[in-house]
Design a protein around this ligand. Structure first.
Ligand code: CTP
Length: 403
């Protein structure tokens, strides 16, 4: 099963507006990423954008004609000035200069991009790129405020080094991040709209001393995929995450924790008002009874032992008037049998079980082969698939159970 089918971009019409900033070269990468995610991309360029990058680049990447003028002969806008705007599922302006943002605020439609943004009912995502002084100017700040109040979504800008050589806020967000904003915008009215979903991800760390901890090999990939999938279907998502190397997903409230105790506090608190808790985290069952304040020394090779005490069961201790709970179970052999007693012990509607010994499954990899173990001995074995696809399969099964 290919993962693109699970991205909300598959088969969608995205208009990419490119304006006159040096970051326009990054818009080529963005166009390519949108196409790879399955979208049909129509690029509209302002004349200033063409000082930085040519339409041929975008035509080659998108396999579509590029619109550069209101009255150009090869453009659909020639037939109908608003054709692209009406067909669009999303409009993304990246990079968006201060000048373009000001024009969008005022509804100026003297070029095809202005006309498209004015005529569309689709969600609009703007990725500003400008000198930090221009971003900080009261005029720009006010334009951003007005556009936000009209429902325009902003991707960035971010802090960093600018083309001028100065550092500050005004760099365009990275294309991969902008794609996530477009995904979130496309999915905002999805089947999880109005739902609150809490996802836990990654492994917890139980400190022994300031230097060492007891941990596990969880990468967090399954939980992050769940958080992104729920967001892509319109849910308001809280992601309670142990330490991972992954980027924070866009439009998700990310709460970073380290120990099982911290994770319990955050998951229990955010689950109270939530519709769904998906506990994908690999929680340490035990913690060292004592945490040394100084680094533990080897003391001439004398053998040592660590005394452990049990951590509370986070999912079992989470509850709320609407809360439906889904547990995970990563096992080495016999995953279905071992998952069964967890249904009741954890109050879970179903358990997503996987066998870490199976190739392509479990920690660190992008794929997973899971079995969904439900009440009454019901088991569904799913094929090996990308973790984002697994996430959607889990959400598909949870949706009808929500209160
Ligand atoms: N879990 C939890 N709190 C814990 C331990 C586990 O909420 N202290 C959750 C996990 O996030 C997972 C599910 O419970 O969703 C099953 O975790 P697992 O480690 O397989 O179960 P345990 O109850 O710890 O049983 P065991 O390790 O003995 O198999």
């Amino acid at each position: 099963m290919n993962v693109e089918a699970y991205l909300p971009l598959a088969g969608k019409n995205v208009v990419l507006g490119v304006t006159g900033s040096i970051a326009a070269y990054k818009a080529a990468d963005l166009a390519s990423k949108l196409v790879q995610a399955g979208a049909q991309v129509d690029v509209v360029m302002t004349s200033a954008a063409q000082e930085f990058i040519g339409p041929t680049t975008f035509a080659a990447l998108t396999h579509r004609p590029v619109t550069v003028g209101l009255f150009q002969s090869n453009s659909e806008l020639n037939i109908d000035h608003v054709a692209l705007a009406l067909r669009a599922d999303a409009v993304v302006v990246a990079p968006a200069t201060a000048n373009t943002m000001a024009k969008i605020r005022l509804g100026i439609a003297d070029d095809p991009l202005g006309a498209t943004v004015l005529a569309t009912n689709a969600p609009v995502v703007v990725a500003p790129a400008m000198d930090a002084h221009m971003w900080d100017h009261a005029a720009t700040a006010r334009n951003v405020e007005v556009l936000r109040s009209r429902g325009v979504k902003f991707a960035g800008p971010v802090e960093g080094r600018m083309a001028s050589g100065l550092s500050g806020k005004g760099r365009m967000a990275e294309p991969a991040e902008i794609v996530q904003h477009v995904r979130a915008a496309l999915g905002e009215n999805g089947d999880y709209a109005g739902r609150e979903v809490v996802v836990s991800a990654g492994g917890t760390r139980e400190p022994l001393d300031p230097v060492r901890y007891l941990g596990n090999r969880s990468s967090g990939k399954m939980g992050y995929a769940l958080a992104e999938a729920a967001r892509d279907r319109g849910a308001a998502v809280t992601l309670v995450s142990g330490p991972t190397a992954l980027h924070d997903p866009v439009d998700v409230e990310v709460v970073k924790v380290e120990t099982a105790g911290e994770m319990q506090g955050e998951v229990v608190a955010s689950s109270r008002e939530a519709d769904l808790l998906v506990m994908a985290a690999a929680v340490a069952d035990f913690r060292p009874s004592a945490r040394s304040t100084g680094k533990i020394k080897k003391e001439n090779g004398r053998p040592r032992s660590i005394t452990l005490e049990e951590n509370a069961d986070i999912i079992a201790s989470s509850s709320g008037p609407r809360l439906v709970k889904i547990a995970f179970a990563a096992e080495t052999g016999g995953h279905v049998e071992k998952a069964r007693p967890k249904l009741e012990a954890k109050g879970a509607a179903f358990v997503v079980a996987n066998d870490l010994n199976q190739p392509g499954s479990g920690f660190g990899v992008d794929t997973n082969r899971v079995s969904i173990v439900g009440p009454g001995g019901k088991v569904e074995h799913l094929p090996l698939m990308h973790k984002l696809a697994v996430a959607h399969q889990v959400l598909d099964r949870a949706l009808p159970l929500l209160k």
